[in-house]
Design a protein around this ligand. Structure first.
Ligand code: IPM
Ligand code: MG
Length: 369
């Protein structure tokens, strides 16, 4: 089985955390004969500086032909004023859209050792294991029109504009993400919440209708509707009532950041973005990325938490390469180093040992030996 990766470290701490993945790949190739090969490319501000665009055609081609893309993070204040269509995030959005990565899996697991690192009380988050299934190629992120229109001056001589984003979903888009969520629920505790704003948004009405229709094929799964604002509140009030939450692109973006904090730090949350299985080969296009951003404030200091990045690579082992045992081992190694008391700055607790990005990566690899 071909195991060709494209590594796109991106900006800020992206390069530092990706270096830890490269170490892990080298280790797995050496010790487990894992057979990974990889190319690297530029995305985000790094691509803009080199090519004047957030991802080059050449790197898009590499992404199309890779078995999996491993993505770091994009963005930073130095690119705040680049044209909107060339901003760092545009590279990430193009990858998602052009590779058809509609299904974004964002697991939020509270490791036992970190139950006290969360901003929430231990009893609220201890043992937490939820999965947010976010629709990733539709909704307001990509809907057209998306524009600012000049309206001229009003009666006071003040220039007026109108900004439009479009929230749009078609049946097939909701149907396919719902099926991913139900399939996931079937492998877990068979409980699904679907979050929308059908009390205000007509796209929410269709969302709910379609998700309920799909339910017919999954009679074993307990279905619950929840309004997205209530979901945000319930996530901090009593997150363990959830198992799988399926939601649209924008609500998924927001709810997954909330879920991240339940686990102790945004630096802990991995994600997998999957396309539809190829009709002939059954293979899905896939990209794996931490949920956190490029953290420009700590970039270059060697103190970033590489766990979300390494856990994203573990998701690649699981979902793209069916290396389930190895994925379990890597995730176990992460739990192990945390149990040993190693902490990056973002999850530092009293009595623990503060380590650098590299030391954390090394310690995780050492657990695999
Ligand atoms: C995420 C990020 C992205 C998003 C940004 C960087 C465009 O916040 O993956 O959650 O909004 O989807
Ligand atoms: Mg986000």
């Amino acid at each position: 089985m071909s195991k060709k990766l494209l590594l796109l470290p991106g900006d800020g701490i992206g390069t530092e955390i990706m270096a830890e993945v490269e170490k892990l790949i080298a280790f797995l190739n050496e010790s487990r004969k894992a057979g990974f090969s990889y190319e690297t490319g530029l995305v985000g501000g790094a691509a803009y500086d080199e090519h004047g665009i957030a991802i080059s055609e050449q790197d898009m081609e590499k992404a199309q032909s890779a078995d999996a893309v491993i993505f770091g993070a994009v963005g930073g204040p130095q690119w705040d004023n680049v044209p909107y269509d060339k901003r760092p995030e545009a590279g990430l959005l193009r990858l998602r859209k052009d590779l058809g990565l509609f299904a974004n899996l964002r697991p939020a697991i509270c490791y036992e050792a970190l139950a006290d690192a969360s901003a929430l009380k231990r009893e609220i988050v201890e043992g937490l294991d939820i999965l947010i299934v976010r629709e990733l190629t539709g909704g307001v992120y990509f809907g057209e029109p998306k524009q600012i229109i000049e309206l001229g001056d009003n009666e006071n001589g003040k220039n007026q504009k109108r900004a439009v984003d479009t929230q749009v979903y078609e049946t097939y888009e909701i149907d396919r993400i719902a099926r991913v969520a139900y399939d996931m629920a079937m492998t877990r505790s068979k409980k699904l919440h679907s979050a929308d704003k059908k009390n205000v948004m007509i796209s929410g009405v269709l969302w709910d209708e379609v998700v309920r229709e799909v339910a017919v094929d999954y009679s074993e799964v307990e279905f619950n509707h929840i309004l997205a604002d209530n979901a945000a509140m319930q996530l901090v009030r009593n997150p363990k009532q959830f198992d799988v939450i399926v939601t649209d692109n924008l609500f998924g973006d927001v709810l997954s950041d909330t879920a991240a904090m339940l686990t102790g730090s945004l630096g802990m949350l991995p994600s997998a973005s999957l396309g539809a299985p190829d009709e002939k080969t059954g293979k899905r296009k896939a990209m794996y990325e931490p949920v956190h951003g490029s953290a420009p404030d700590i970039a270059g200091l060697g103190i970033a938490n590489p766990i979300a990045m390494i856990a994203s690579f573990a998701m690649a082992l699981r979902y793209s390469f069916n290396m389930i045992e190895l994925a379990d081992e890597v995730e176990g190694a992460i739990a192990g180093v945390l149990a040993d008391g190693l902490r990056s700055g973002d999850i530092m607790q009293q009595g623990c040992k503060k380590v650098s990005t590299e030391q954390m990566g090394d310690a995780i690899i050492a657990k695999l030996v």
